[in-house]
Design a protein around this ligand. Sequence first.
Ligand SMILES: [Zn+2]
Ligand SMILES: [Zn+2]
Length: 410
Amino acid sequence: MVIKAQRGTKDVFGDEIKTWQKIEKNAREVFSKACFEEIKTPVFEATELFSRGVGESSDIVNKEMYTFYPKFDSKETITLRPENTAGVVRAYIEHNMTRQSPPQKFFYFGPMFRYERPQAGRQRQFYQVGIEMFGIKEASADAEVILAAVEFLKSLNLNNLKVEINSLGCPKCKDDYRASIKEVLKPYLNELCDECKVRYIKNPLRILDCKNENCKKILESKEIKEVIYKDYICNECKEHFDALKKYLDELNINYCINKLLVRGLDYYSRTVFEIKSDALGSQNAICGGGRYDGLVEMLGGNPTPAVGFAMGVERLYSIIKKEQPSKIDYFIVSNNTKEALKLAQKLRQKGKIVDFDYQNRKFAKQFEKAAKVAKNAIVLGEDEINQEYYSIKDLNSGLQTRVNSIDDLI
Ligand SMILES: [Zn+2]
Ligand SMILES: [Zn+2]
């Protein structure tokens, strides 16, 4: 029987890989310029890291984790990472980075795993690119992180970006807010969708971004709106949020405040943000992130402020302009594989992209291939080898020239 790829996984190659490589290359370039360093953490971690770090009440932990015993007699389960913030925080604590002077700035690129019902745009193995910045409580860090996300998206020619921001406040503010949301929603409890009934107990703020039409309608009622839109955050949180807005103004970043923006994960405090693009429609964000000042401590480290974001690479891929396959510099047409290989080696050492025929096929066949894939063909026939020169044909103009050395050839 033929073995096929697992449901919800995908092979990336051929026409697609160039665009994937561009996404990764641009991430590296843009984030490195802002002094974020790459971090590679393992794809599996102790299950507890995610149940504590992502939050017991989140959908991810409840329904979507790939959790298993690595061996039948193992005592502890492991989990394939459903997201990467918890792993980066674990590494940050484990390597005593809290003792170094802040900030520590990281970016990552890699596969994540969620056991979801596969559907358009959702896979069980999917890729994320993201940033985590530790040690700075000031809003300058929030601005830096949002700026990095925007610059990266711009580098992929995504314009008309809209940044939506909100402040959930510090834990104290968040508690008060949560309490008043619960209070005002109480009479509607029976009308909420089943998920929101659970959220009401576990994480009531998440009701605010429920996609259920009926839940949305309930939130539209006057008394509930009043609670949602009231300024509930304390003065310190307000100053922090105002400072962020000022930075974004100065940076000419187009943003708006969305009071319904709460993000799915429990650990966010103060700033949360999403970035949307016309290319994806108004419903879907390409980037989501925020501040998680409590997470490092919650996972056993010293209290450390932190802020970051993640973006889904498949989603990015779906909306950016696709890269065209580019032609290679030279295709060597020859009936002498040994000489062709030697010439390829020399040219590649000089930085050229070179291929040749491996089977001594007829010249006509080789030229056919050359015309398809290369800018130039180098003919290396018997005359050329014996008399030590190269014939080079520009496959665009058809112009053929003769040169005596590799340097002349280049
Ligand atoms: Zn506060
Ligand atoms: Zn709902």
